[in-house]
Design a protein around this ligand. Structure first.
Ligand code: PLP
Length: 429
């Protein structure tokens, strides 16, 4: 079939030359040229987009795949017997297979969702709610996004389970001694971010999951901020559930997935009921559900979005996630070096090996004022609490600015950003 995926472009790679070599060999300025939006101006200045942890920009290959789907193949999935219906179904299932391959998983273990939030709620309602009870402990960490806190609080309220929290060390890494001590108790479920969306801390999730598994604890890893930046192998991590979101990894909004260790999905009741997730519906109550993963995909999915996500996976795979990671680490090192020269600038989160997500504050300047004035310079950063109130409370600040980088950013943008920060600081501090 031509169409979605067939519009894939070679993302800035000289053919074959760069295979297997991190960093050198990729023409990063050509890669940047794959992202149409990055060429625009904001307030008359060239855009500097440092908000990729919020949502990433999309390469033309993804935009073209979505456009191509609507122009040539649009139909609903799994329902129609006509040609377009089978093309749409094939494209949707193709995207599932690509995404599964990207994280070293089987397509049948991957439930396609609207994003991480839905994926974690699915585990909370379908796995945890029927299984947890009074006296059980759900262990979280201080650095979780609200999407990996609130669903567990709702489960705790309804089951009588208790929430406990692993705290952080001063550099923003997890206190692993505390984690080890806490999992020796009545913990039934451990929910942990792979990469923090505020601090950039990369948690040793494979080690954590191994120790939890030894004690029979089920693990839920929030991979939202990991997948865009580094190779992810869910089998290697050894977790029970891995949640991910498409729009931070160059895919369209409203796409994501939940990966589950084989066997978990079979034993979970459906979360949302409706069409597509059933085999047979009977009014006497004898409704028969579809097999997983479709049992958890009620209603018409975001078909075009997943076609776009499949194209994003192709795009990132062609770049190579090792090379993406090396590129972002080089950008991060440059940013850290330049930040260190700015008077009164404080960085939150300095754990070794952190990802290119940098929260910071400038003494005497409110982060919203800073972000607003940076916007007037054409620079997009996020300011606020980053859906992580408990973490901000621990940091002792009401808000931070966050510069989050992606492989399509440049050293020159970092220099321009730091010059703009100095200018804003002179105005406000
Ligand atoms: C660590 C983390 N978890 C979960 C989410 C929620 O993702 P989504 O809104 O795509 O469901 C985000 C998004 O910012 C995130 O950074």
């Amino acid at each position: 079939m031509s169409g979605p995926g067939a519009t894939r472009r070679d993302p800035g790679l000289p053919p074959r030359a760069a295979e297997g070599q991190p960093g050198p060999g990729v023409d990063w300025s050509r890669v940047r040229g794959d992202f149409p939006l990055l060429g625009r101006e904001v307030h008359g200045k060239p855009l500097v987009y440092f908000d990729s942890a919020n949502t990433s920009q999309k390469p033309a290959a993804v935009i073209d795949a979505v456009d191509g789907f609507y122009r040539r193949h649009n139909a609903n999935v799994s329902r129609a017997v006509h040609q377009l219906g089978s093309e749409a179904t094939e494209a949707y299932e193709d995207a599932r297979a690509k995404l599964a391959g990207f994280i070293n998983a089987r397509p049948d273990d991957l439930v396609l969702t609207s994003g991480t939030t839905f994926a974690i709620n699915l585990v909370a309602y379908s796995w945890a709610l029927p299984r947890l009870g009074s006296g059980d402990v759900i262990l979280l960490t201080r650095m979780e996004h609200h999407a990996n806190i609130v669903p567990w609080q709702l489960v705790a309220q309804r089951t009588g389970a208790r929430i406990d929290v692993v705290e952080l060390l001063p550099d923003g890494s997890l206190d692993l001694d505390m984690l080890r001590a806490k999992i020796a108790g009545d913990v039934k479920l451990l929910a942990v971010a792979h990469v923090s969306n505020v601090l950039g801390t990369v948690n040793p999730v494979a080690d954590i999951c191994r120790e939890a598994r030894r004690r029979g604890i089920v693990t839920v890893v929030d991979g939202s901020q990991a997948l865009p930046h580094r190779p992810v192998d869910v089998a290697g991590i050894g977790c029970d559930f891995y949640a991910l979101t498409g729009h931070k990894m160059c895919g369209p909004t409203g796409t994501g997935a939940l990966w589950a260790r084989r066997g978990h999905l079979d034993g979970m009741p459906p979360f949302i009921g409706g069409g597509e997730m059933i085999r047979e519906v009977r009014l006497d109550g004898g409704t028969v559900f579809n097999d997983p993963p479709r049992k958890f995909e009620a209603g018409t999915p975001n078909i075009a979005g997943f076609v776009g996500l499949g194209a994003a996976v192709d795009y990132l795979s062609a770049l190579g996630m090792d090379r993406v990671e090396a590129r972002e680490q080089a950008l991060l090192a440059h940013l850290a070096e330049e930040f260190a020269k700015v008077d009164g600038l404080r960085v939150f989160g300095t754990a070794p090996g952190k990802a290119a997500v940098v929260s910071f504050a400038i003494d005497g300047v409110h982060s919203h004022d800073l972000a607003t004035l940076l916007d007037l310079e054409g620079m997009a950063v996020r300011s606020g609490q980053h859906c992580a109130h408990p973490l901000l409370e621990w940091l002792g600040v009401s808000a931070t600015c966050r510069a989050s980088l992606a492989f399509y950013n440049t050293h020159e943008e970092i220099d321009a950003f730091v010059a703009a920060l100095r200018k804003v600081r002179r105005l406000l501090a």
